[in-house]
Structure formats: C-alpha cells, structure tokens
Write a protein that binds this ligand. Structure first.
Ligand code: HEC
Length: 270
C-alpha cells in the first residue's frame, strides 16, 4: 500500500514537472488560429460548464416575457453584442470568425442553457475567451433585458429584429457614464458613439442605422444577392468598430472594391 502511494506520488510529480517544462519551453501555441487539442478543448468546456452551473444555480430569474425588458435588451444587444454574436441578417463579422473559441451564434441558439447561466455569463464574462464581463458597467436589470431578448432572438427574423431595436430607445444601461467610456468592447471609437448622445442625438441611433444598412432589409439583400461573391459579410456593429461607414470581411479573393447601399464605393487594401 505504502509502496503504491509512493509510486503514484512520484509519477504525479514527474508528470507535473514534464508539463511545466513543456510549457516553459514555449511549446504550447497560444495563437488564436491554432485550435486546442480535442482533449484540451473537452476539458476546458467541462470546466467552464461546471463553473457556470455551480455559480448560477441560486440566481432568481425574473419574468422574461415582459415586453419592456425584451425591448430594452434588443437595443443593448444591437449596440454591444452583434459584432461577436451576430443577429438575424448578420451572418458573419470579422470578430465572429477571428475569435477562438468562436462566439456562439446567439441569433440561432438564443440561450441554450438556462436563463440563469446566460445571466451569469453576461454579467461575469468568461476568462480568456473574449466574452467580456458586462456587469462591470451594466446594472442587473439591463443584463436581464438581454437575457429576455435572447430567449426571443431565434424566433424573430431580420425585419422583426430591426423593429424591436428601433423601438428600444437604443443603448442604455445602469453604469455611470464615466465608467462606460469603453464599454462595448467592439469599439475603437467610443467617442463617436457617446458623442452622439452628448450632442442630443438619439442614443443608439448609430447601431440602428448600421443594422438598417447591413441587416437584411429588402434593399440590402438585393445588394448582396447581386454581388458575385455571395458572401453576406456585413456586420451590424462594424460601423462603430472602426469608426468608418462600414468595414467588411475582405475574404473575397478577387475584388477589393464594392458599393454600399448609400452609393459610396469602398476600396480595400488587399
Ligand atoms: C468580443 C466578442 C464578444 C462580445 C462583444 C460579446 N461576447 Fe458573448 N461570448 C463571446 C465568446 C467568445 C463566447 C464563448 C466563450 C466560450 O466558448 O467559453 C461568448 C459566450 C456568450 C454566452 C454563452 C453562450 C453559450 O451558450 O455558451 C452568452 C449568453 C453571451 N456570450 C452573451 C453576450 C451578450 C449578451 C453580449 C453583449 C452584451 C456579448 N455576449 C458580447 C464573445 C463575445
């Protein structure tokens, strides 16, 4: 018995030392374009799911059918989440395809676990994944708004999405303005966004306009079906991410120009 324990301890210590030495040598590729080994991925997923489950089990869920809650959530989702999590009519963004682990397409899955765990994830974020802790700048009721909205999201189409966002009063939350300067995590040009508010513009107007412009209205889908690459690559939030009228996924190999619905021609460096 004693011998078995000693053997196990020695083997454990040797294994730990080998892992440490390997990591120290730099052999682990931390590049986001190099997927985890499936076993590592499975381990991390298990740890994440169990962690979220344990931490959200006592959270009390409010009435998620409340229309005000859903409407408020739509405006915030459109302003802060579309760039990573997509929306009806927004199939792909630069962020959605570049992050690893990839942000789930919430337009399709909504909240796939429980509302309580979705609330926990939105409030606290997920370490080393790109999912921000929105609770640093947003009050709980605004986070519940997004949970309520997410439970509806897979059921609505692009037109209904835009109508909800337009009805939402835009982007609003419970944090102090000074804390929230850089809150949306997508955005290198927050001064624009907040500049609008300060100047008396409708809060959230930019987000809505961006969704209108890119989000699957009849004219927009015409625009896309007419384009030869067939790649619906516009992003409802990109206009704020780069501070220009629109930024695009430049995946198409041959073309580096295209025309937007507002008639502006965009030329990309390749
Ligand atoms: C910069 C990109 C980014 C932004 C912005 C972002 N998220 Fe995420 N989010 C992620 C990533 C990446 C994951 C997956 C993390 C993982 O695999 O563990 C995630 C996971 C989630 C999940 C868990 C989904 C599931 O079923 O596992 C929810 C819910 C969520 N995000 C909601 C939101 C909401 C609401 C917003 C806006 C307030 C938001 N996220 C903004 C990157 C982002």
């Amino acid at each position: 018995m004693k011998k078995t324990i000693t053997t196990l301890l020695v083997a454990g210590a040797a294994g730990t030392a080998a892992i440490l030495a390997g990591a120290y040598s730099g052999v682990i590729n931390v590049g986001a374009d190099d997927p985890h080994h499936p076993a590592v991925y499975a381990f991390l997923s298990m740890a994440r799911d169990r962690s979220i489950e344990a931490r959200s089990k006592d959270i009390v869920v409010p009435d998620l059918d409340d229309e005000n809650l859903i409407r408020g959530g739509a405006g915030n989702y459109n302003a802060m989440c579309v760039g990573c999590h997509l929306a009806p009519g927004v199939e792909l963004t630069e962020l959605s395809q570049a992050l690893y682990p990839a942000p789930p397409n919430l337009a399709k899955i909504g909240i796939d676990a429980s509302p309580a765990s979705a609330f926990w994830v939105i409030k606290h974020g997920i370490k080393a994944t790109g999912m921000p802790a929105w609770g640093k700048s947003m009050g709980d009721e605004y986070i519940w708004g997004m949970v309520a909205f997410l439970s509806q999201l897979p059921k609505i189409d692009a037109t209904q999405y835009q109508a909800l966002v337009a009805a939402s009063g835009g982007h609003q939350h419970g944090g102090g303005e000074s804390q929230t300067r850089n809150h949306d995590g997508l955005d290198g040009s927050n001064s624009d966004h907040h500049g609008n508010v300060a100047a008396g513009g409708e809060p959230g107007r930019r987000g809505i306009a961006a969704a209108d412009h890119h989000g699957g209205s009849a004219s927009e889908s015409d625009h896309h079906s007419a384009s030869s690459n067939g790649d619906d690559h516009h992003d409802g939030s990109n206009s704020s991410s780069k501070g220009s009228s629109a930024t695009d996924d430049h995946a198409e190999p041959s073309s580096n120009t295209h025309t937007h619905t507002d008639g502006k021609v965009h030329v990309h460096g390749s």
